[in-house]
Design a protein around this ligand. Structure first.
Ligand code: HEC
Length: 244
């Protein structure tokens, strides 16, 4: 801001100030009325609707899927997308902290007198991009599938025992930790194993069973499942065999 602009600004500011009302009591009174109004609405809502309590916590559950509150979905998604464990603290703690510090220091490095958004292209673009990125990550986080359950629907032509077998196998996949390394439909991680949504297109069912018994590292062997719980193993192979 040059000297002339500064004087002009101070002159306008003085005129506006002499015409305006003092902050106390006018603005304070207005804010107080609004605050009381909001408080009354919250009190009335809590009396009429009450607060929802979920079911009682069950410490013995093994199928509970922890999910963050919706306003943390963007961080949750960052946690899901950032693969190398060494980078996780940087992505989930480092990046938000850096963003907070940048925001905090904004008055010190942004000395431009401009206030119109269209005359501040960098600040406006950065703001819009931040909001868009958070909205997108929030959406992805909200629609992320469960990590220990496959949400895939059975093919329409499956009926009776085949359908039961399909669903049993789907359950085994969820319980066996396959989703830690494989993506199936909307669930699971994209790697280190290949996506399995359509494995049966390229791999015949007996080859799939062979892979499960004698896989290439790092995939663990499921030979024990095959010998100790052949029903489950059969269902698992059948399920994978339907993923066309
Ligand atoms: C620790 C990670 C990991 C786990 C857990 C895991 N896999 Fe794998 N899986 C892999 C990797 C890596 C490959 C690729 C191996 C290769 O290239 O030979 C693979 C390959 C496969 C293949 C062959 C795919 C193809 O296109 O040839 C199938 C089928 C498969 N896995 C199914 C499963 C099932 C079912 C489970 C759970 C019962 C499971 N995997 C658990 C890592 C894993």
């Amino acid at each position: 801001m040059n000297q002339a602009e500064k004087e002009q600004y101070l002159r306008e500011y003085n005129i506006l100030k002499s015409q305006g009302k003092p902050f106390f009591p006018y603005a304070v009174a207005k804010d107080s009325i609004m605050a009381v109004f909001v408080l009354v609405v919250i009190i009335v809502l809590s009396i009429i609707l009450g607060a929802e309590l979920g079911p009682k916590a069950d410490p013995t559950t093994t199928t509970y899927v922890p999910r963050p509150e919706w306003y943390f979905f963007f961080l949750f998604e960052v946690l899901r997308v950032v693969k190398p464990p060494a980078l996780t603290p940087f992505a989930t703690i480092g990046v938000p902290t850096i963003a907070m510090i940048l925001l905090f220091l904004l008055p010190f490095y942004d000395r431009s007198p401009e206030r119109r958004p269209e005359r501040r292209p960098i600040a406006t673009t950065a703001g819009i991009l931040t909001i868009a990125a958070m909205a997108y990550l929030t959406f992805l986080g909200a629609s992320a599938g469960s990590p220990n359950q496959v949400d895939l629907k059975a093919p329409k032509d499956l009926h009776g025992t085949a359908l039961a077998q399909f669903n049993a196998g789907k359950l085994v996949v969820g319980q066996s930790g396959c989703l830690a390394c494989h993506k199936i439909g909307e669930n699971g991680n994209d790697g280190p194993g290949p996506e399995l949504t359509h494995v049966a297109r390229d791999v015949p069912q007996n080859a799939i069973a062979q892979t499960l018994r004698n896989p290439t590292a790092p995939m663990p062997s499921f030979k024990r499942l095959a010998t100790q719980q052949p029903q489950k193993f059969k269902a698992l192979v059948f399920f994978l065999g339907q993923l066309k």
